[in-house]
Ligand binder design. Sequence first.
Ligand code: PEP
Ligand code: MN
Length: 337
Amino acid sequence: MIIVMQHGASKEQVDHVFERITSIGLRYQAIYGEERVVIGVIGEEDLIRTLPIDAMPGVERSFPILHEFRLADREWHKEPSEVTVDGVVFGGTKVVVIAGPCAVENEAMLVETAERVQAAGASMLRGGAFKPRTSPYTFQGHGESALAYLAEARSATGLPVVTEVMDTADIELVASYADVLQVGARNMSNYSLLKKVGKLGMPVLLKRGMASTVRELLMSAEYILSNGNMKVILCERGIRTFEDGTRNTLDMSAVPAIKSMSHLPVIVDPSHATGRSAYIASMSKAAIAAGADGLMIEVHPNPEEAISDGAQSLTLDQFDQLMRELGPIAAAVGREI
Ligand code: PEP
Ligand code: MN
């Protein structure tokens, strides 16, 4: 940690900071500049974080040198990590495509969607059973019966399934049906949920909160990792900005930013990011070009009739067409689709 003293901080104030540092067994190195004193703290950074440095008289500011997300940090784990789900590898050469409806509406639509997206080249099926809706008066998901339909669709196709868990009380239930637990944007900062999915040990798809920084996303991932679960896949799904021409603003720069900061695989959800089916193809291509390890795309047999997120859902034919267009983009950046 680096501590910058205020301009004109007294010798007593500087000495007091030194005393507090040494009182917990750490060392320091001070630089006496013309304007101010800068103190470098040497030793375990976790320990210095236990001191209220910024509250000490004469301290202007302090900043850590090490990232707080050490298990997610690329500095400690230089090679990108792979997360494997039933033979589907996130973070390998192949760009993994997860597709399916926003919500599981019934068995027939789910199985039809699963078969068609699989034929088009998707490797995993998505579908919400517990839906985090902005309004409590809208469809909240079919719950356990939807989970059972997901399991049926998996048996019919062999596609692993990812579905959201919203509540700590539902973790065991959702985990008994799903192959990957999704923690949605609204729950990215639900630390109790993160700790529990960490303890469970099954793969987690962690979506970036709509008002969260990349650093905060990595800190949330750290909650899962530090509870013993290294199988974390990150997802950029758009953030809130002043722009209202799209549902959210897809922060494509988050992909290389996350890749430089962390070894964890990262995928992009162009559906929730844009809210418009017409923009999904270009954003999917851009995501692959930016280095994303996968895509999560909402697809519905009849978007006009969808119970939720129809405007951003591709038809089965549109998805098929998109998958064909993605191949050359993936090849251009040394990947496969
Ligand atoms: C979803 O993927 O079903 C979803 C609700 O997305 P988000 O959490 O990103 O809003
Ligand atoms: Mn949706």
